[in-house]
Design a binder for this molecule. Structure first.
Ligand SMILES: Nc1ncnc2c1ncn2[C@@H]1O[C@H](COP(=O)(O)OP(=O)(O)OP(=O)(O)O)[C@@H](O)[C@H]1O
Ligand SMILES: [Mg+2]
Length: 249
């Protein structure tokens, strides 16, 4: 079932000095439970697409639909995970994770139980009362993902969420994030310029052109397993070559 539809979306940024066209006729349909990676050259308009999906900005033309409903204002059903974890230093991990429900005035016993459950299930049980500085970078990203899930979003938008981590940590956090998103049956849209990351995580890979971005190619590598396993698959480097050519031309 289709959960998100980007229908012929264009976006022009207007500033006093200049007009920048970021997106041109972007079309994309995403199925419920799908993990889609959007990949493209630096500055092509990737973050712009996520901002439009979140409803924080409106397209210049075209429309985006979530569950068939036009997105025309900030949407509560969407969770955003960014490059930096943005955990609050003065709050414990549990209280960071409960921030969303607290802001939405939905901190019910049921939500608290749900969030506690996520923390336990994803290996941070011992750190509930710890502060972010006591956690490793990878654990902090996991905590940030749990905080995003606490909003019970229909879709997760991930904007280069691993780029601040060192390479080894990145590999294991990719595995964690993939496992959590799949087992919670969430739909995810990941923006990255790391081709290997896209192939190892996503069910489908959308390659954007240079700015103004438009959809250049869509690939479904069909490699099974966890991100680490996929990296070992014999077709991995073939997919890498194909996508590398698209991104660099
Ligand atoms: N608020 C804004 N006002 C004006 N121009 C903007 C604004 N935000 C982004 N742009 C421009 O729009 C284009 C696309 O930006 P965007 O941030 O979406 O790219 P990106 O693909 O996410 O880049 P990166 O890979 O560096 O994260 C860029 O040329 C950028 O300078
Ligand atoms: Mg960006």
């Amino acid at each position: 079932m289709e959960i998100l539809k980007i229908d012929n979306v264009s976006l022009i940024y207007q500033t006093n000095e200049a007009e920048t066209q970021a997106l041109q006729n972007v079309n994309l349909s995403i199925e419920d439970g799908e993990f889609v990676a959007i990949i493209g050259p630096s500055g092509c308009g990737k973050t712009t697409i996520l901002t439009l999906i979140s409803g924080l900005m409106k397209p210049t033309s075209g429309a985006i639909y979530l569950d068939g409903k036009l997105i025309d204002k900030p949407v509560g059903d969407i969770g955003y995970m960014l490059q930096r974890d943005h955990l609050f230093a003065w709050r414990t991990i549990l209280s960071n994770a409960l921030l969303g429900p607290e802001l939405q005035k939905k901190k019910t016993p049921e939500t608290i139980e749900y969030v506690n459950g996520l923390i336990e299930k994803y290996g941070l049980g011992e750190f509930k009362k710890a502060y972010p500085r006591q956690l490793s970078g990878g654990m902090r990203q996991r905590a940030a993902l749990i905080r995003t899930l606490a909003y019970r979003p229909k879709i997760l938008l991930l904007d280069e969420p691993f780029s601040a981590l060192d390479y080894q940590t990145r590999l294991s956090v990719c595995d964690d994030v993939h496992r959590i998103i799949k087992s919670e049956k969430k739909t995810a849209v990941l923006v990255t310029h790391d081709i290997s990351e896209a192939i190892s995580l996503a069910d489908r890979i959308v390659v954007l052109s240079q700015r103004p971005a438009t959809v250049k190619k869509v690939y479904t590598p069909n490699i099974e397993g966890t991100p680490l396993k996929r990296r070992e698959d014999k077709s991995f480097s073939r997919w890498f070559d194909v996508i590398y050519k698209d991104v660099s031309t």
